[in-house]
Design a protein around this ligand. Structure first.
Ligand code: HQG
Length: 182
């Protein structure tokens, strides 16, 4: 299987499992799980060849471990990044490191300085523990700015943090007072 097919399939799975399962007639439960056979047949009806083998390669080979399989191997879900309203992951609150990072683009800074970090179309604001990830995330949108988030102070003031299975930190919003450009 070529790397290109695996990458395209990963983008396709992100699209249906995070955002638009209805695009291929797939149903997700509130924990984001979708049936793999239904996904494969729904994808086929919309002209996209998927297979168990390809799905396994995407799940295992994924640099960010974006997807997880159920214990019985029959279902798949995205572990973070959802915008779909039917999905509401039951994440456990966790104590974050004292400082977390968020990579964004210079063109968003005027708005961020006014409103703080807000989730946009996704369910959470995404934060990372390391600078390299924050930089890569920010670069997708333009000239990168890395923001340092005072997670310790936020937690002390009652904000809740969650960690997705793949290590990405999530929170509902970050008010301006906890954000400092690096
Ligand atoms: C920005 C990727 C204006 C925010 C990554 C970001 C991540 C504001 C953009 C995951 C704002 C939203 C999520 C405000 C926030 N005004 N802009 N008040 N507050 N923003 O893609 O964090 O590769 O929804 O800075 O690794 O970039 O897909 O969020 O630039 O974990 O697995 O609004 O996506 O994961 O963009 O990325 P996104 P994100 P995957």
């Amino acid at each position: 299987m070529s790397q290109k097919i695996i990458e395209e399939s990963s983008k396709f799975l992100s699209y249906v499992l995070r955002h638009e399962p209805q695009a291929i007639g797939l149903e997700l439960d509130s924990e984001g799980w979708g049936d793999i056979d239904a996904l494969i047949s729904g994808a086929a009806k919309h002209g996209r060849q998927m297979s168990r083998e390809l799905i396994a390669l995407v799940v295992e080979g994924n640099d960010k471990k974006r997807f997880a399989l159920s214990a019985d191997g029959q279902r798949i879900r995205a572990v973070q990044g959802h915008s779909n309203k039917n999905v509401q992951l039951q994440l456990e609150a966790r104590q974050p490191p004292a400082v977390l990072f968020h990579g964004t683009a210079t063109r968003f800074m005027a708005s961020i300085n006014e409103k703080g970090l807000i989730p946009g179309s996704r369910h959470h604001v995404h934060l990372s523990q390391d600078l390299d990830t924050a930089r890569a995330v920010g670069q997708r949108y333009g000239q990168v700015v890395i923001l340092q988030i005072d997670a310790q102070a936020m937690q002390a003031q009652g904000f809740t943090f969650y960690q997705a299975e793949n290590g990405v930190w999530l929170t509902d919003q970050v008010p301006v007072g906890f954000i400092k450009p690096l």
